[in-house]
Each structure stands twice: as structure tokens, then as C-alpha cells.
Write a protein that binds this ligand. Structure first.
Ligand SMILES: NC(=O)c1ccc[n+]([C@@H]2O[C@H](COP(=O)([O-])OP(=O)(O)OC[C@H]3O[C@@H](n4cnc5c(N)ncnc54)[C@H](OP(=O)(O)O)[C@@H]3O)[C@@H](O)[C@H]2O)c1
Length: 289
């Protein structure tokens, strides 16, 4: 098997893919790509090679991809030119002779239903670029990361309850470590070329369900108050959030409320060989309960 490179390896998702992959294949076959090697001691500690590369610098990517067969491309961060960065990765991959790229995209019911500003359009464009790149591809569509839930409903949600503009909308929250484990399985196997997979926990929950689960875990009555998107954005701005961040998270809630995430899949379960964490386990992790 050729070398497998994971981008964003200093981040939450990328580092988790590396950790999971070294449990499946020899560490000598795994490369973690970071922007700054001084942030990569954890990768060195698990025995993988660390290379520097920046999505904004094609030459750095061509050098990083030398001798690599497969790339797990952690999507570029929001509030940046994501399409240019992903395009650079595909161009460099072709120049370096990489065979296969796995891209982490966003879950959606359909391409034009309730797109999230700053996410969906750039993911659609990226998917199209990858499919026409001549590279073998696998697209994995990820749901809302459970690990980031406190950003959406507040750090004190498990103690004080929460309000959110989610109505009765349901979302298949999923633990990042488990999505990463699914990614590591895809990297370590063949036969996933040309496939698009929806990866999530296999169950979708409303914020009423989330409040009820928090009540069971804490033994206290945790309430969920549905509010309007405008009220949510205004409340976050009043707390000091930058307006663009408040409306970005408001955009995710709008998609959740309208049902854009209300679709479950057993593919992650099949890849990792067990049922993904249930809601209570997810919330215990997310809120350290
Ligand atoms: N579905 C969801 O709920 C959800 C939630 C959050 C994020 N996301 C998406 O998933 C991705 C991964 O999430 P995460 O939690 O792992 O984010 P994270 O911890 O912030 O990690 C992002 C990684 O991307 C790297 N990176 C940023 N700009 C880069 C560039 N120009 N060139 C090369 N690498 C660059 C960062 O490197 P440095 O360490 O050098 O900054 C870091 O390793 C995010 O980038 C975002 O697109 C999805």
C-alpha cells in the first residue's frame, strides 16, 4: 500500500484520522500535513511523518504530496476562499501523481435545499471540481459535529437549559472521532473510488430530544426554548459575537430547522463495525458530563 496523507493534521478531525489510521496500517505509510511543524509533536509521538503544506501554496502541496497515493482532504475553514484552496490541492495532487482524494463535504437533503452560507456552495463546487479532476475520488458528507454543540446552544446548556432557532428540526449529531475512524477505514481499504457517502450516527434528534437527554444525564429539568433565527442572531451579537459569526451559526440552524439535516445513514456504522455513539454518550462527551 502506498503512503496516505491527511491534511489538517494539527486540527481536530485530521489528528483523529491520523490516530485512527495508525491503529490499522503501519505508521510508516501515514503522513500528516500541517502548516507549522512546531504544532505537530502529537503526530511525531504516534510515529508518523510530518510534512508542511499550505492550501494557499501549490508548490508547498506538490512537495508535501511526493510519493503519496491517497489524500484525506480536511475541508478548508469557513470565512476563507475554500474553493481556491481545494482546487490547489487537486492540482497539486495531479502534479505529484497522487491517485485518490477523499474529500469531507457537508450533509444535505439536496443540493439546492436550504444551503448554508459559507459552506454549501463551496462544497458543491469542490465536489464538482474533484469529480472532474481525473483523480479517483471519494466524497464523504458529514453532519453537524457533536463536539461543537456548545457553540450552538451555549456552554451552560447542560446546567441552565437553552434556547435555539431549531424548531422541531432534527439533526444526526455525530462524534468527530467516529467520523475520523470512518475516514481511516476508507483510507485503509480499496473499493471506495467514485463513491459519495453520507456518514452520520444513524439517528437524528430534535433539540427537544437533546434537552430531554440532558435532563436524564444531569437529573435536572433542562428546558429547550425554540426562538426565531433573528432573536438568536441578535442575542449572540449582544453577547459580543461578531455579526458574521452569529449569522453563520444562524444559517446552520436555519438548515436544521427546515430539515436539511434530517437524513440518517448506516454507512458509518458499517465502516467502523459498531453502532456510533447514541445521544446520551454524544452529549456526555460534548459537555464533559
Ligand atoms: N460539520 C461540522 O459541524 C463542522 C464543524 C466545524 C468545522 N467543519 C469543517 O471541518 C473542517 C475540520 O474541522 P476541525 O474541527 O478539524 O477544524 P480545526 O480543528 O480548526 O482544524 C482545521 C485544520 O485545517 C488546517 N488549515 C487551515 N487553513 C489551512 C491552510 N491554508 N492550509 C493547510 N491547512 C490549513 C489547520 O491548520 P493550523 O493548525 O495550521 O491552523 C487545522 O489543522 C473545518 O476546516 C471545516 O471546514 C465542519
Amino acid at each position: 500500500m502506498g503512503k496516505m496523507l491527511i491534511t489538517g493534521a494539527s486540527g481536530q478531525l485530521g489528528s483523529a484520522v491520523v490516530r485512527s489510521l495508525v491503529a490499522k496500517v503501519p505508521a510508516a505509510d501515514v503522513v500528516g500535513m500541517v502548516r507549522d511543524k512546531s504544532k505537530a509533536q502529537a503526530l511525531v509521538d504516534v510515529g508518523v511523518e510530518v510534512r508542511e503544506g499550505d492550501y494557499l501554496n501549490v508548490q508547498s502541496l506538490v512537495s508535501a504530496f511526493a510519493g503519496v497515493e491517497k489524500i484525506y482532504l480536511v475541508s478548508a475553514v469557513a470565512f476563507s476562499d475554500r474553493v481556491t484552496q481545494h482546487k490547489n490541492v487537486f492540482e497539486a495532487a495531479r502534479l505529484a501523481g497522487v491517485r485518490h482524494v477523499i474529500y469531507t463535504s457537508i450533509q444535505r437533503i439536496s443540493d439546492d435545499f436550504c444551503p448554508i452560507d459559507g459552506v454549501t456552495a463551496s462544497d458543491l463546487e469542490t465536489e464538482a471540481l474533484l469529480k472532474s479532476s481525473g483523480l479517483d475520488y471519494t466524497i464523504v458528507r458529514h453532519p453537524l459535529y457533536a463536539d461543537g454543540l456548545s457553540l450552538f446552544i451555549g456552554d451552560t446548556a447542560a446546567q441552565e437549559g437553552f434556547s435555539a432557532p431549531a424548531g422541531q428540526g432534527r439533526v444526526p449529531l455525530t462524534n468527530v472521532e467516529e467520523l475520523a475512524e470512518g475516514g481511516a477505514v476508507l483510507l485503509s481499504q480499496s473499493g471506495h473510488e467514485g463513491r459519495v457517502y453520507l456518514l452520520n450516527s444513524g439517528q437524528a434528534w430534535s433539540f427537544v430530544d437533546i434537552a430531554a437527554a440532558l435532563s436524564r444525564i444531569t437529573g435536572k429539568a433542562i428546558g429547550y426554548q425554540p426562538i426565531s433565527n433573528e432573536a438568536f442572531v441578535a442575542a449572540r451579537e449582544a453577547e459580543g459575537w461578531p455579526a458574521h459569526v452569529a449569522s453563520f451559526i444562524g444559517g446552520w440552524f436555519n438548515a436544521i430547522e427546515k430539515g436539511a439535516f434530517d437524513q440518517t445513514s448506516r454507512t458509518l456504522e458499517e465502516l467502523i463495525g459498531r453502532k456510533p455513539k447514541d445521544l446520551e454518550a454524544i452529549l456526555r462527551d460534548a459537555f464533559k458530563l
